[in-house]
Design a protein around this ligand. Sequence first.
Ligand code: T5A
Length: 222
Amino acid sequence: MAKKGRFITFEGGEGVGKSTQIRLLAEKLAEAGIKAIVTREPGGSPQAEALRRVILSGAASPFGPAGEAILFAAARIDHIDETIAPALAAGDWVLCDRFADSTRAYQGAAGKLDKSLIDSLERVAVGETRPDLTLVLDMPIEKSLERAAARRQGSAEPDRFEREGRAFHETLRQAFLDIAAAEPQRCAVIDADRPSEQVGQEVWAQVRDRFIKPRRRAEAKD
Ligand code: T5A
C-alpha cells in the first residue's frame, strides 16, 4: 500500500510523557484540519494487544531479550498490517507511542542483544513503513521513573521493564540519544523535563516546520 499520511513516533524511557504529548499533538493536528490516529506499541491491533499483555506481565522474560524481541516484532507486523499501513494509505497521519527504536534501545542496548538480529527483525517487521519523524523525549531517569510511578497511583504493579534497575534505565536513555544522533534527519530530541505545555510547544514546532509549513507553501503555489 502506498503511504500518503505522515508517520510520527514518540520514543524515550519510562514515564517521559509520550502519551501526554501524543494527545496534545493530536489536538493540535485536529485544529489544523489533519486527521490523525493515535496508537501504541506493543499493541495497536487486537492481536498485538494480546501479545502486549503477555510481554508486559513478564511471562515472556524467561525467553530472554531475543525471544522478547521476536515477540515485539510479531506484534509490530500485525500492528503495521492492521492499523498503521491502512491509515497511512488512506492519507491519515499516525502518531505512535513507541516503535522499532524501542526494540533497539530495550532489547538491543539494554538487553545486549546482537545488533544483526535486531537489524534482521527490523527489516522483516518494519520494511518500508519507517517513521517520517521520531521525537525522542529525554529527561533524567529519576524524574521519569517518578512520573511513571505516580501515573500508576500505587494501584498497579510496575511492569516487566519498569522493574529493571537504574543501570538498565541509564543505558536506555543513552541508547535513545545515540539513535537520534545517528539519524538527525528523522529524529529530534526534546527536553521533556519541563511542563507539558512547554514540551508540547516544541513538539508542535518540530511537526509544523517539517510538514505543515511546506504543505501550506505547496498549496499556496497551486
Ligand atoms: N518495549 C516496547 C520494549 O521493550 N521493546 C519494544 O520494542 C517496545 C515497543 C511499554 C513497555 O514495553 C517496552 C518499553 C516499555 O517498558 P508502556 O506501558 O507503554 O510499556 O510504557 P511507556 O511507553 O513507558 O509509557 P508510560 O505511560 O509509562 O509513559 P509515557 O507515555 O512516556 O508518559 P505519560 O504521558 O503516561 O506520563 C506519565 C505521568 O507523568 C505525567 C502524566 O500526567 C502521567 O501521570 N506527565 C507529566 N508530569 C509533569 N510534567 C510533564 N511534562 C509531564 N508529562 C506527563
